[in-house]
Design a protein around this ligand. Sequence first.
Ligand code: PMP
Length: 284
Amino acid sequence: SIAYLNGTYLPLEEARISPLDRGFLFGDGIYEVIPYYNRKPVGFAPHMQRMINGLAALEIKCNKSIDEWRELLDALIAKNDGDNFGVYVHVSRGADTKRFHAYPENVEPTVFAFAFGIKDPEPVDRATVHPYTVSSTQDLRWKRCNIKSTALLGNVMHFQQGYASGNNEILLYNDKNELTEGSSCNAFIVKDGVVITPIEDNQILPGITRRIIIDSLKADGSIPVEERTVTMDEVRNADEIWITSSSKEIAPVVKLDGNPVGNGEVGPVWEAAFRIYTDRKFDF
Ligand code: PMP
């Protein structure tokens, strides 16, 4: 596939960076993954706004506007074959001449992007969708999970914990037994027809899929949504659990720590909400 690196489009296998790049040495960078279905992005502006916010938090000076990102990434898509992509975009602080923790002056950020193929969306059909199973564990990541940092070791270790126990994901909870999110996704529960998800704070990534779901459900009006604290007791007694991200959209979870979620089948609110999301996702 064709990638983008610092102003040039080139085959991905030929892209090279310095080992002194602070992204490599410190995980000192910000990334995004934007989904494209039928070559059209979902949530382009909010994705790139989140990246701009992350770069500002790290004081990385990359001054591309959302429109400039759009041009750069549309050109990348145009050079690649396929219908559905995840577009990975990464800006690290760049390569210094030495290894020293303080932010260096006058270093050019490294800007990298590539597109990878993703599957067609799942069917909006509770009988045939592929369900997920998850485990759970205490969230041992840092206290700035709202920053989409390339330093993902905490997330990677948690994901591996879930994967090694035979599950597709792992739900995380804080030291007050409150749900935060998954290791690579946000989490929702459904109880008595109400859709509930943890508030946006420093304990979770402000997911774009999460936001699109909340805003679409509110615009539609037929399913109530709440953003509030969710305890793990509520998660374990939920009728439905969903996990959401740009690559999995809204994935229904049928098992938590080996126990069935609700009646163990994909639920009706998942199907209704996924229909509403699917009908509106290209408006974001
Ligand atoms: N939380 C974490 C920790 C993530 O890594 C991701 C994205 N992979 C999400 C939530 C979901 O965010 P988005 O919907 O913007 O993909």
